[in-house]
Design a protein around this ligand. Sequence first.
Ligand code: PHB
Length: 365
Amino acid sequence: MSLEHLFSPMPIGTITLSNRIIMAPLTRSRAGQPGDVPTTLNAEYYAQRASAGLIVAEATQISQQGQGYAWTPGIYTDDQEKGWKKVVDAVHTRGGKIALQLWHVGRISHHLLQASAQAPVAPSAIRAENSVSFVILPDGTPSNQPCDTPRALASAEISGLIDDYVRAAKRSLRAGFDLVEIHAANGYLLDQFLSPNSNQRIDQYGGSQENRARLLLEIVDEIAQAIGANRIGIRLSPGGVFNDMNHPQSETMTLYLAKELAQRGVAYLHIAEPDWAGGQTLSAEFRRDLRLAFPGRLIYCGGYTAEKAEAVIAAGIADAIAFGRLFLANPDLPERFRRNAPLNTPDQDTFYGGGEKGYTDYPSL
Ligand code: PHB
């Protein structure tokens, strides 16, 4: 089968990608310690994957408060910014493009990760059931722990939170990233605001659909002021159930957001499909509606093969497709697709934490 659409260049925001095979953001939990600082090993990992049209680097906390797992990188200290610059330079040297995913986990956290062992923050003081945070226990043992009951953010704290996003976006640009992606998917803070099961606020950030979407849109507007809307992507996960999300109207919310984001001229919308975490597959009708609502660049992610990706791009439903596990295990994924070559199998045991094993030692052709 020809993969001509997958291998055609694509303008997106301020840049042009050489193909439409995107590397999805993947938590790998290998930031340098102490300080959650990207390392030369992280730079090597991303540089190996520079033949992606675009790398969306792993979810990266915008503040200590935004961290939900030990060993994930941050973008709120000078050392983290310097570490990321090494990563970006290595990818650019290989001719790649790279975005940083800006992350605040909200209630998917634990007091052991928070300043002064405080409770994590969320739209409302509602705990995420059946969800875990990854912490280092006081005796030094790394451990998955049930998420703590969060405290509700005060209305007066929202502007400071938005500032954290803007500062992180500015640091990302200073580190050399081509684009930033705002993580509003998978049950983390901004998704918690979108969904009524986690947002029961009575101020202007809760209640109606418009109110629940307000924080995300204000963050987009403020980051756009700072770096330009054409450098911003947004990731959403309609229908997602990961991290105790339950949002019966999430498709309607997504279509509302798509229209609002289109008006703002953002670079792209990135849809994490629900089925990777056990949710229902998105309907063909919803995909059609989303395409009509969002004329900008639309990226889908979730269990695609090269053939399926080519087909949805050819049909005009998507502009590009992101690959997670396949990129994790195949640093030269585009070349393997091009040659229809066999693919390395991802090793689950080395997804999170550790060193080179299962990280930079997957062979290229
Ligand atoms: C994870 O670390 O498990 C994780 C992080 C970000 C996501 C999804 C999962 O969007």
